[in-house]
Write a protein that binds this ligand. Sequence first.
Ligand SMILES: *Cc1c(COP(=O)(O)O)cnc(C)c1O
Length: 472
Amino acid sequence: MRKPERQIIPYRAKVVEPISLLPYEERVRRIEACGNNLFRLGSHEVYIDLITDSGTGALSVHQMGRMMIGDEAYAGSRSFFEMERQIRESMGYRYTIPVHQGRAGERVFDFVLIKKHMIVPGNSHFDTTKAHIEFAGGRAIDCTIDAGRTSEGYHPFKGNIDIPRLESVIREYGARHVAYVLVTVTCNSGGGQPVSMANIREVRRVADQYGLLVVLDAARFAENAYFIKTRETGYAHKSVPEIVQEMCSYTDACIMSAKKDALVPMGGFIAVRDDLLYERLKAPTILFEGFYTYGGMSGADMEALAQGLREVTDESYLAYRIGQVRRFGELLQKFGVPIVEPIGGHAVFIDARKFFPGVPEDEFPAQLLCAELYKEGGVRAVEVGSVLIGRDPDTGENIRPNLDLCRVTIPRRVYTFEHLEYVADVIRSVFEEKGPKLRHGLRFEVEAPGIRHFASTFRYVRGADGGTGDLP
Ligand SMILES: *Cc1c(COP(=O)(O)O)cnc(C)c1O
């Protein structure tokens, strides 16, 4: 028998977007001018942008081609029917409601399904998901397995829901107070940890026992399906589209941020099986988003989304995508950089407290790392730690999260592995030159109220630059 084929890159560039690296002195000046907050940088000031995988992927020639034939009719656009047909074919849901992005779907869905004091158990809800559940008067209850709550130790499906915990939560609150059970694929903890098929099946069994709806937060459904194929017994010989079909078959509805696994810059949808639920979702869609056959999307966008759903389950695409993130993480491990394990589907997380062991925990080591990576190589990563989590609303104290992380997020089909080798080299330099040396980090200059990570500014605590003299 012939040996297995080599890893291939299943696309090539046809159109390129120039990017450039500002000189070092200029990078130092710019990041200081932004108060060391990378959300305040313009993208033209960044060389390699790894702030998110949301809406940052590259379109294919087939998506671009279909965008040209987008039908911009207000009602009953042909492009809408194409998108609905594709969702039925790929995921099996009968009805589709387009929305402009994932959180808009959450707003519409929760408006209909959540009444005051209801709960939504699930596996580490996405931040807007949790916020929308609360905004509608409900509460998100995290039922992720214990193994998924730590950065160490291998478990193939760290995104799994703890089934006994789910059952006890349902019994504690009473089934009539459960709006629905939410399964997020991939789970947000650790940069996209997958959920196993067996676990989704078990969630369905429990939900049936109590007469509950199961809803899929499908943002990275294809990446999850690929992990099932490569890690779960019995799935190696199934195709990714078949695995997606089975995952969805255990659920009643899905909410999707198309900016992730539908490979489009903007868009989303709610998809449901039940016609009565579909009818109930129409009115709030019209109110918040637009008529229920476009819901905030253009015909061109709906064509690109439909095409993206086909392309994303291609196995050579997924093998390269998941493999690229893994190889990047492994390269960092080889350099001794402390990262969260196992490596997830769309991002690598650096443990900043271990990266800067000398920096006090309340001087924002992960934010410091983001600022240092920008200065060192024009790389933009994002803090997922104390700055993001904010203050306790009751005591006003800074909450100290279990982990202070710097997320390096990989956009889809955008960067080659050479780009990522450059990024790994930048991280390595900061790690070797400053990791053990820095004794101080950052403090707030202006702390923005509310969602503070977008707008706050920071100043270096004296000595944090390790004596390079570019800071007071
Ligand atoms: C991005 C995301 C959302 C929200 O979608 P937006 O398109 O950003 O509004 C919801 N859930 C998950 C899991 C996500 O990754």
